[in-house]
Design a protein around this ligand. Structure first.
Ligand code: GDP
Length: 462
């Protein structure tokens, strides 16, 4: 039976909608041969006899019939994304025309690629590790500057390199124990426990450092789930308008919008805010009462951040108290709005109602003052002002986090064994486990079913 990876695969690599250019790509041992069958260049030019990494103008034809005018990019193995011979047809970007070119390739010997199969081949051919492959998916899904930068860093292999290095150090210890146990006459294991304890401690510290980036990593990748609460007429919609207009109005109605809550996505200085906007019922009666305290509670529970808008020109009352109760144990930012009017409450009153350390910012949504401070404060609340585009790699993938956690646990067991004075072979078992766990990040020890699962989530043509 034909080996799956001996097949030459083809797929449309660009979005299936009308656009300027549509790319159909083909990868595998027969890529050049198949491309030759549908390409018509000047003077009977054969693509298979052209040098690697060159571009050729010509036509795609079905026998005598010309189908499209194209530019063809040739890339010979191994210097390609998949590590295989690859040809890309830059066609006119109509849905029908790219579909025709793909069909022609399939008719001439290529097989339809599965979702993510190009990237899977890059992984299986050793061009990239699993963390890099996953970052390709993250890059496509990136919705803000930080997510893009972080996936780029992972794509360059930073996380893979770090975990490989830690794994190497563990393997070194396993090898030492095994050799010492095999040859006790020549290799003394005396005092080794102390040394292993030190090494384990150092590796655990590095792992914990990575694990600590998870919360922020998730926020960077998925965005901050934000709920805007406030009494009617406090200025919720005005604030949202002020915010979105500043941020070049990258506001999208997200699917799943319900009757009483509007979900919007705002790109705020490189971070995504998913705003659950109770102002969806704006201009009706008391927003909080209308959606009910229960609904507000439900939203607040889901939220990473609650923005509470208080009207500075009105006194605080029972409703405010109720909301303060909901906000307990959450990250909260209180905005004292309408400070252009005569104020009847101040930041101190808010702090008395919530807690002493709550972030309060005075704004005027109408005059658009204080909005910049709000943006800065949100960053401070989540990243303590430490978020930068510098060298930190943030953990954004639950599978990678789980692997690191497993490794950390196994290393803790090694420490316990040392402490309990157990025999050396006990250390090896747990060291091996830590090693396997770290290997799951780069894919060295990842099961085939998990690999299949990861790539099947990719989009077609990637
Ligand atoms: P919501 O019900 O909480 O969404 O409140 P709106 O945004 O609809 O605002 C209610 C009223 O307050 C509107 O008439 C706004 O023009 C007004 N308003 C909102 N923000 C300010 C502000 O900063 N200063 C003043 N003076 N009026 C404001």
């Amino acid at each position: 039976m034909e080996n799956q990876y001996e097949k030459t695969i083809a797929a449309v690599a660009t979005a299936m909608s009308d656009s300027g250019i549509g790319i159909v790509r083909i990868s595998g041992a027969q890529a050049f041969e198949i491309a030759d069958r549908i390409y018509r260049g000047k003077k009977e030019k054969k693509l298979s006899s052209q040098p690697s990494h060159t571009i050729h103008y010509g036509y795609v034809a079905d026998q005598e019939e010309l189908v499209d005018e194209v530019l063809v990019m040739l890339m010979r193995a191994p210097h390609t994304f998949t590590g295989e011979d690859t040809v890309e047809f830059n066609c006119h970007g109509g849905v029908y025309v790219v579909q025709r070119v793909l069909e022609l390739l399939l008719k001439n010997g290529a097989s339809a690629a599965e979702p993510g199969e190009f990237t899977k081949r890059a992984f299986l051919n050793g061009k990239i590790d699993l963390s890099q492959a996953e970052s390709v998916g993250d890059m496509i899904a990136a919705r803000n500057e930080y997510a893009l930068k972080n996936s780029m860093r992972q794509m360059l292999g930073e996380l893979g390199c770090r975990t490989k290095e830690l794994r190497g150090r563990i393997i070194h210890e396993i090898a030492f124990i095994e050799t010492a146990l095999d040859d006790p006459e020549h290799i003394s294991i005396e005092g080794y426990q102390e040394q292993l304890r030190e090494t384990t401690k150092k590796i655990k510290k590095e792992i914990n450092k990575l694990l600590k980036t998870w919360d922020n990593g998730r926020i960077i990748k998925e965005g901050i789930k934000t709920v805007i609460l406030g009494k009617p007429n406090a200025g919720k919609s005005s604030f949202l308008n002020a915010l979105t207009r500043r941020e070049s109005a990258i506001v999208t109605d997200v699917e799943g919008t319900t009757r009483d809550v509007i979900r919007e996505e705002i790109n705020l200085q490189g971070i995504t805010l998913h705003v659950m906007d109770t102002a969806g019922i704006r201009n009706t009666a008391d927003a909080v009462e209308k959606i009910g305290v229960e609904k507000a509670k439900e939203l607040a529970e889901e939220a990473d951040l609650i923005i509470y808008i208080a009207d500075a020109s009105r006194l605080l009352n029972e409703s405010d108290k109720e909301i303060a109760e909901i906000c307990r144990e959450k990250k909260v930012l209180v905005l004292l709005n309408k400070t252009d009017l005569e104020s009847r409450i101040n930041e101190k009153d808010i702090r008395l109602l919530f807690t002493e350390h709550i972030s309060v910012i005075s704004i005027s949504a109408q005059n658009r003052t204080g909005i910049e401070e709000v943006e800065e404060e949100i960053k401070k609340i989540f990243f303590r002002g430490e978020l930068s585009f510098n060298n930190e790699v943030y953990l954004t993938n639950a599978r990678q986090k789980e692997a690191l956690r497993e490794a950390e646990e196994a290393l803790s067991r090694v420490e316990e064994s040392i402490y309990a004075g157990l025999a050396e072979d006990f250390y090896s078992i747990d060291l091996m486990e830590a090693c396997d766990a770290l290997g799951k990040i780069t894919g060295e020890t990842t099961g085939e079913d998990v690999i299949h699962e990861i790539f099947s989530k990719f989009c077609m043509g990637k």
